[in-house]
Design a protein around this ligand. Structure first.
Ligand code: 5GP
Ligand code: MN
Length: 322
């Protein structure tokens, strides 16, 4: 059942019993920010809450209080009365085969979202699940939004908007950010924790990945590749490749940037970024994934050359349509 913000607020207020909060695998800032924000907020509302993810919180987000409470599991066995799933448009994205909960609620902002829970609120136009969560929280009990709630929410908005630079940023996003700063958030504290704690290994990995830079579709598509062995060579973690796609995207004349990541033998995680002419959510959807107009992704099993052939053909068609 599709809910409005007000209906979601009323539903959350009335939730009883054991509540599980989860998000997508390989969680990013918006995923961790929204789930953690709700965790702190629901505790303040007096609910019994647990945070379980498929994958651990990445290093760049581990400064957020409460991340130490996140449990990571391959499978969720215990029974919950409710599950709240944030920033997820497809049940596969949670990384869990099934979640044992009597009732379920999704809070999300992906255009490719298709309902898969009892209740859902999806606002594709909003910057982030964190911004949407903030609006709902304000409708419940605004005074419960303290720094523990505001910090992860601000962080998720910052990361999902590319530090308030992407096209999903508008005046409303800045208004919400301003309100969060008024709660006591220090922007440089967040910035320095997110972006000034890199390990040298990240740069070794970047060096290897940038060497793979190549072009397709008359140089309108720029792509980079991370082969599994690069992680070993650089002694780096997959999460340390976060942000690398901004390099091919930053090239003049490039319309679409693609990042092929081999995290398991023969399994490719593909990230797509557009400068506006191509709706990459549509492209990702054709490959079983999803996302937003300007940022999307999917997973693929098979040979890289085959994947490239299919993807570049698809992108060529999309670019011709403009
Ligand atoms: P990223 O490239 O940073 O992993 O993801 C960019 C956007 O695409 C995010 O909004 C993310 O939710 C979405 N996305 C990435 N990978 C997948 C995927 O495998 N399936 C779906 N449905 N969405 C994805
Ligand atoms: Mn998001």
């Amino acid at each position: 059942m599709k809910l409005t913000r007000q209906e979601t607020a009323e539903l959350v207020k009335a939730i009883k019993g054991k509540v599980l909060i989860t998000t997508h695998k390989n969680p990013d800032g918006d995923a961790v920010g929204s789930s953690l924000g709700w965790f702190h907020y629901l505790k303040k509302l007096g609910k019994e809450v647990k945070l379980i993810y498929k994958d651990p919180v990445p290093h760049f987000l581990n400064f957020l209080p409460g991340t130490e409470k996140v449990e990571t599991r391959e499978k969720i066995e215990e029974e919950f009365d409710w599950v709240i799933i944030t920033d997820v448009s497809d049940p596969k994205r949670t990384g869990f085969e099934g979640i044992p909960a009597k009732k379920s609620l999704v809070i999300d902002h992906h255009i490719t979202a298709e309902p898969f829970t009892d209740y859902y609120i999806v606002e594709p136009e909003i910057s982030s699940t964190c911004e949407l969560s903030y609006h709902i929280m304000k409708l419940i009990e605004p005074e419960l939004i303290d720094t523990f709630v505001a910090l992860p929410i601000y962080t998720g908005i910052l990361t999902d908007t590319g530090s308030f630079n992407y096209s999903n940023t508008n005046s409303q996003t800045h208004k919400v950010a301003a309100e969060l700063l008024e709660k006591g958030i220090d922007p440089y504290f967040v910035y320095s924790n997110l972006f000034e704690r890199n390990r040298l290994n990240k740069f070794k990995l970047l060096e290897l990945v940038l060497k793979t830079l190549d072009f397709a579709v008359k140089n309108k598509v720029a792509h980079i590749t991370l082969f599994k062995e690069f992680l070993e060579e650089a002694q780096a973690l997959p999460e340390e490749a976060e942000g690398f796609i901004n390099y091919p995207r930053s090239i003049e004349g490039v319309e679409v940037a693609v990042f092929f990541k081999e995290f398991e033998e023969g399994t490719w995680k593909v990230s797509l970024r557009s400068k506006g002419k191509v709706n990459v959510a549509k492209v990702a959807k054709a490959f079983g994934g999803g996302g937003h107009k300007m940022a999307a992704g999917f997973e693929w099993k098979g040979e890289l050359f085959h994947l490239k052939q299919l993807l570049f053909e698809n992108l060529e068609t999309e670019l011709k349509g403009n």
